[in-house]
Design a protein around this ligand. Structure first.
Ligand SMILES: Cc1cc2nc3c(=O)[nH]c(=O)nc-3n(C[C@H](O)[C@H](O)[C@H](O)COP(=O)(O)OP(=O)(O)OC[C@H]3O[C@@H](n4cnc5c(N)ncnc54)[C@H](O)[C@@H]3O)c2cc1C
Length: 413
């Protein structure tokens, strides 16, 4: 029987998109979060909806970075050198997925999602979510040499070979500066990428929460769920403070905190927090269009009057405080490429945990319990893919049939 009520744990993009699409199917929803709306990774991220770049994180090139780079606090990917068995297991499994064959398998699953990810945003806009997901100018991916651009262009061709439309031009450094005068003379090559969008993630997730409320959903902040129980005909969602919520089904969308809640329902895939950092700067001297410095792994996204600068992948616990050295590393990586920007004027320094899986695929679908479902593990791309995942999960919950796109994302894989 189709469920009539659901409790969603986690008010990030994944949870709220799932809630909104469940409402479309007539299900009453209550969304709970231990903090607040967008209290996890969904607030300070770069906000790119870029199907051409939505590729599996484990790729053959990741291993080439080498252990020495990974242990330097100023590296764009940082693994703190401390004993952590769980992290070690994750990294071994991640390493096993860094082969061309595994990348192609995961890519074909992501391509099936990427083809529909922007349409899910259009559905939310038509359904009354007011914050825009802007198309705007084509985005730029900038490189300090033509040689460093080659692997990126090969990857775009591999994305195209997986069945996605990818529309790009190759630019010289001078052509890139004609598009984007903020770039320094060090930029020697670029890719102009069409057909992508961007948004202000905090504002968007806030608007999505408003839409869920407006349609009769309840949102409860400050409820830290420590257990979900399947009672046979319904679920009980139990909060640390003694809250108990009952519903026909539960959706676990707890981002990088997913594992302890999902493990009792047979979900064994580790979700590792890959923390990223961002800060916001006045627009002066910064790109006026979304720009990615791929070699430095730094992204600039225009948001209102300012520009958000984001980067870094730090494999540490999701609740650690912002580490100023990591913020500095992002600023230091970007500074030589943006000579007109004053990086001392940064505000809103932020860190958030990307919910990463070792095979680079999200976890979306049912668990061992027919009443408990998962929506998460989107790693680098939970903003781009969240709405479509929410739509597909709602379809699976309401019909009891798994849409084909969700096969490779099965939480019990
Ligand atoms: C620097 C950076 C840049 C990024 N750039 C992009 C980008 O450009 N495009 C893109 O698509 N993605 C990007 N991402 C990734 C994206 O931010 C994430 O994939 C996405 O936000 C994950 O959404 P989520 O809803 O699964 O998790 P979250 O947003 O983390 O939400 C999980 C929620 O669950 C709550 N929660 C956890 N445990 C419990 C519990 N026990 N009880 C109750 N509530 C709980 C948390 O408080 C949190 O609010 C970026 C990430 C970072 C860090």
């Amino acid at each position: 029987m189709s469920p009539r009520s659901a409790v969603v744990v986690g008010a990030g993009m994944a949870g709220l998109a799932g809630a909104w699409f469940l409402q479309e199917a007539g299900v009453e929803v209550t969304v709970v979060d231990r903090r607040c709306v967008a209290g996890g990774a969904s607030w300070g991220n770069a906000g790119w909806l870029a199907p051409a770049l939505t590729v599996p994180l484990p790729e053959p090139g990741a291993l080439r970075l080498g252990l020495r780079t990974l242990l330097s606090p100023s590296s764009p990917v940082y693994i703190p050198p401390r004993a952590d068995l769980r992290l070690a297991r994750f990294l071994v499994s991640f390493g096993r997925n860094c082969t061309s064959r595994r990348w192609r398998v995961s890519m074909s699953a992501l391509a099936a999602l990427n083809r529909g990810s922007l349409a899910a945003y259009d559905e939310l806009a038509e359904g009354g979510v007011e914050e825009p997901a802007r198309a705007g100018e084509p985005c730029l991916v900038a490189f300090t040499s033509q040689a460093s651009r080659e692997p990126f262009v090969e990857e775009l061709e591999a994305v195209r070979a997986a069945g996605q439309q990818v529309d790009y031009d190759l630019l010289t450094g001078a052509e890139a500066r004609a598009d984007e005068p903020a770039l320094s003379e060090r930029i020697d090559a670029a890719v102009r990428l069409r057909g992508q969008r961007h948004l202000n993630p905090g504002a968007y997730v806030g608007a999505l929460a408003d839409a869920v409320r407006h349609r009769g959903g309840k949102l409860l902040g400050g409820v830290a769920v420590n257990r979900v129980r399947d009672l046979g005909s319904e679920v009980a969602v139990l909060g640390a403070e003694g809250t108990e919520l009952r519903a026909d089904v539960a959706v676990l969308a707890a981002g990088a905190w997913l594992n302890p809640l999902a493990a009792p329902f047979g979900v064994r895939v580790p979700v590792q927090s890959g923390r990223g950092y961002s800060f916001t700067m006045p627009a002066e001297g910064l790109p006026s269009r979304p720009t990615y410095f791929a070699g430095q792994r730094v992204v600039c996204t225009p948001l209102g009057d300012g520009v958000r600068v984001a980067g870094m992948m730090e494999f540490t616990g999701p609740d650690r405080p912002v580490d100023p050295r990591r913020v500095q590393a992002v600023a230091d990586a970007a500074r030589p490429l943006l000579p007109g920007a004053d990086f001392s004027r940064r505000t809103e320094e932020w860190a958030g945990p990307r919910p990463c899986t070792a095979d680079g695929l999200p976890l979306v679908g049912p668990t061992r319990s027919p009443r408990v479902h998962v929506c998460g593990g989107h790693g680098m791309w939970g903003i781009a893919l969240g709405p479509l995942s929410g739509r597909l999960l709602a379809e699976s919950i309401v019909t009891g049939r798994l849409p084909a796109e969700l096969g490779p994302l099965h939480p019990l894989r």
